[in-house]
Ligand binder design. Structure first.
Ligand SMILES: [Zn+2]
Length: 43
């Protein structure tokens, strides 16, 4: 019972979006913050 609840919790998590361009972030590494790879390297 508990395991199923946890699975649904993660399934319902919203996709992480880049704060710069609004694109969905595929990589979910913590150190990437809230920016996609593209915006991380723009400067
Ligand atoms: Zn971006």
């Amino acid at each position: 019972m508990l395991g199923q609840k946890i699975t649904e919790f993660f399934r319902n998590l919203p996709r992480k979006k880049c704060i710069e361009c609004g694109k969905e972030i595929e990589e979910q590494h913590e150190c990437y913050g809230n920016k996609c790879n593209h915006c991380l390297h723009v400067k």
